[in-house]
Design a binder for this molecule. Sequence first.
Ligand code: FAD
Ligand code: SF4
Length: 510
Amino acid sequence: IRNLCIILGDQLNNDSLIWQHFDPDQDIAWMAEVYEESTQPISSKIRTVLFLAAMRHFAKQLEKQDVTVCYLNISLQLKSFAEALQKTLTEFQPQAVYCVLPGDCRIKQQIGDFCQTQSLKLQWLDDQHFFSTPEEFTHWLASKKQSRMEYWYRYLRKTRNILVDSKQQPLEGKWNFDKDNRKSFSKQGPPPTDSPITFHQDSIVKSVISDINQYLPDLPGQLTHFNWPINRKQARQALNDFIENRLPFFGDYQDAMWTNQAWLYHSLLSSSLNLKLLNPREVITLAETAYHQGKAPINAVEGFIRQILGWREYIRGLYWANANKWLNFNFFHTEKPLPDFYWTGKTNMTCLQESINQVLNQGYGHHIQRLMVTGLFALIWGSKPIAVHQWYLAMYVDAVAWVEIPNTIGMSQFADGGIVGSKPYIASGAYIDRMSNYCRHCPYNPKQAQGDTACPFTTLYWHFVNQHKAWLAKHPRLAMQVKNWENKPKAIQKQIILRAKWLNKNIDQV
Ligand code: FAD
Ligand code: SF4
């Protein structure tokens, strides 16, 4: 054969550049379920089912289009991409390998190394799924004194003509409606909405579940609630469901949390976007149309588009701008492993219990749960960034290195020292109390920092401020927090430090 065209598990789009280079008479598509992609780094059961089921669906669709697919199933127990490629090389002897830029520089390296050792021509192709390329981002970044998402987002809105008028000014006069988007729910809880659309488990999902039980039985998490789109048709249904039922509320309650309510008004589209079952352009176009038709207010539509056009593209730009450096960042020099309850959900802290069990069962948490519950706790606990990254990459159905790593290592742990955000997201239990009803169901008191019923977030927050006060005091937006610590009576400070030491030894009982 002429070209072996590699299709990775997160490259399931028909509009990929690879198809412009594909000749069905001379080339084959190559897809592989390799063992290490679920075990090193580890991937939860639910995330693995999603990836493998979506890959098998895509391969089936390609075959219907008369594409020859060399599909290496998990049952072959091939360890790595190198081993899988070696097997194919012997069988087909291709002249060259084509592949779209992977979402993980580790995979890029592996494929690159393999082709080099085999003296096999390798052609990388741009990933056209995104609005921008890593090169455009680096070029934009070079002209900025400080990199901030807001300016990248405005640049993309203007250059891609999104939510702007004919003079490239923002619709309704503002680039940003963030201030309107931080509401919490009243005591009655979230306004009712229909539950998200559900999908019937077809024979492909069932076959993947059975393979996982056979070949990867030790992966973390449960498979009782699998309900993620696994092909383009389902992803479109999920998109329409969000636009019709939840987008109108998305802005107001973007940051709010509530017990037993995993989804609230979020889109649940990240896994479909990241596997490329959906194109971000079609998602944004539908949201814009809903605004123009008066079906959703500007704060909801702008807030939603900001996440996809702003954050998603910005994070990807930063990932590639620092590709191999990310996993070595450790700004606060932290060394602890994550507490065991991250893998079991067994803790009495309601906010963590809810957020972690949701991930174990459904592979999902919304942004504020990831940032201000699981992420915040890991940060003030002093977990080493690499351990936090491994957990996030394993547990969320939408986790792919390019998006998970900068969000975890950068935004949530500030291990990058300020590449993604200008300051660490630190807060006491009071923040969680304001944005949710979790504390009302918790044995701990978010206002208390010392004593047996002290909220561990509040204790560890003050402990963190004390530990890093020399650095925090120099930060214009954080110096106040050091002053508040210093204003506490010495006896109270001592009790807080004592409680933090107690937590350090007894976290698995908390
Ligand atoms: P919505 O709340 O409905 O948002 C709409 C879309 O905007 C999302 O589908 C997503 O594509 C995009 N988006 C929103 N925030 C971000 C962001 N910060 N970075 C990139 N895209 C964003 N997102 C992932 O897709 N994969 C990850 O592995 C991932 N890991 C994260 C780890 C941490 C510690 C944090 C704080 C955030 C992480 N995020 C990740 C970003 C964000 O939390 C998820 O994209 C979002 O919660 C997905 O749910 P949703 O589709 O319902 O999103
Ligand atoms: Fe979480 Fe503290 Fe509130 Fe309990 S009291 S839910 S631990 S923030």
